[in-house]
Design a protein. Structure first.
Length: 417
């Protein structure tokens, strides 16, 4: 009885499965036309509107080859240096520095006192020299009085000799008396000559003392160290209490007239293109604007190790100019009118740079030779003439011989303005 029940249940389950399968196939058969309709490909509007199968022209931006002013520049680097440096040192040996009146960075005028040396010893020497001059002047006065006396004695002896000669001629006196008078005259002459020599010696001693006085006064004047020119102090070696020497390090260094210039290093191959007077833009770290200068000097020599030459660039006074600062400069080598196109119009292939010229709205590849690049434009040396139009944008998506729909830069600019 139990086996009969299980068999009946299995038969019922099988009948249920068959019924479900039949229902599913019936539903799929009814819905199939609708599924096929949905899965059918959508129509291509481009093919419907263009039965021949050609794609519509691509909108492409064109730019005209135009003449622009091109400035040829050379970029150089270097440092700021003092155009001319003046040194101030001690001119008197062995004097101690007792006062310092200027320091690094100070702007000084010509003749301004920078430091003072101890001149006490020199002032003592000056007092001694004053006494020597007084003694010499007294000796001169004494010698002048002596000369007057000897000259009088000489005149008196000469008169006595004449009288003796007259008396001897008349036989009134003896020859011995005449000889005595001659001897007296010679002695008086010798004394007069000696007195004159003593006077010259006294005057020489006075002149020597005066020369010593001038030297002492000069040394006293040199105890004040003065700026020989106007400028800015760039270095100070003077120290209070130190003994100054003429052979040592200069006590001060000055940038003459505060003139700082750009010492640029230039490759030897570019030196022939640089001449004095060319404009230079100099850029300094931390300064947002360029400082305009000009080439002052082109050094005629080249460093045999680095193969670099030196170019001195004169600069105007500017608070940012500090000797030793690194600087970068652009030397203007020349200006000219040249045919240019936008940088974006130039592509590079295996044969070099090329542009895509648009002739009658058809793209054509044209190899070109490029020159200087300035801003957003590049110079075309060969391969293109003024007025021709080139593809300025989306050039990578256009092919030679392809027709385009031009969109011109000048038209857009006019519409935008």
């Amino acid at each position: 009885m139990k086996k009969t029940s299980l068999r009946s249940a299995g038969i019922a389950l099988l009948v249920l499965v068959v019924t479900v399968c039949v229902y599913i196939f019936a539903v799929i058969g009814v819905e199939r036309p609708h599924i096929e309709a949905v899965a059918a490909p959508l129509p291509d509007p481009r093919r419907e509107t263009n039965p021949a199968g050609d794609a519509a022209p691509m909108a492409t931006t064109l730019a005209r080859a135009e003449r622009h002013s091109i400035t040829e520049t050379l970029t150089v680097t270097g440092s700021l240096v003092a155009r001319e440096e003046t040194v101030v040192g001690a001119e008197v040996d062995g004097l101690r520095i007792i006062e310092i009146l200027a320091d690094v960075g100070d702007r000084v005028e010509q003749g301004q006192v920078l430091a003072r040396l101890d001149g006490a010893m020199l002032r003592t020497q000056l007092a001694q020299n004053t006494s020597m001059i007084a003694i010499a002047q007294a000796s001169i006065a004494q010698m002048e009085a002596s000369i007057a006396e000897t000259q009088a004695n000489e005149a008196e002896a000469a008169d006595a000799l004449k009288r003796a000669q007259t008396l001897v001629a008349s036989g009134t006196t003896s020859p011995v008396q005449l000889l005595a008078r001659q001897t007296e005259a010679k002695v008086a002459t010798s004394k007069a000559t000696a007195a004159e020599e003593n006077l010259r010696m006294a005057k020489a001693e006075e002149a020597f003392a005066e020369a010593q006085r001038s030297e002492i006064n000069l040394k006293i004047a040199r105890t004040e160290l003065k700026a020989p020119t106007a400028g800015t102090i760039s270095h100070r070696a003077a120290r209070l209490g130190a003994v100054a020497t003429t052979a040592g390090e200069p006590l001060f260094r000055l940038v003459r007239n505060t003139e700082i210039e750009f010492d640029a290093e230039v490759p030897e191959t570019a030196l022939p293109q640089i001449v004095p007077g060319q404009d230079v833009e100099v850029w300094l770290p931390g300064v947002s604007e360029a400082i305009d200068g000009c080439v002052r000097l082109v050094d005629p020599t080249v460093d045999k190790t680095s193969r670099l030459g030196r170019v001195a660039v004169a600069l105007p006074h500017h608070p940012a100019l500090k000797a030793g600062t690194f600087a970068r400069g652009n030397i203007t080598l020349g200006r000219r009118l040249a045919v240019t196109v936008p940088l974006s119009a130039v592509l590079f292939g295996k044969d070099g740079p090329y542009v895509q010229v648009a002739t009658n709205n058809v793209v054509e590849i044209r190899n070109v030779e490029t020159g200087l690049k300035r801003g957003a434009r590049v110079e075309i040396l060969n391969g293109l003439i003024e007025g021709q139009e080139v593809v300025a944008r989306a050039a990578a998506f256009t092919r030679p011989g392809e027709r385009i729909m031009p969109v011109r830069n000048d038209a857009r600019a006019a519409e935008g303005g």
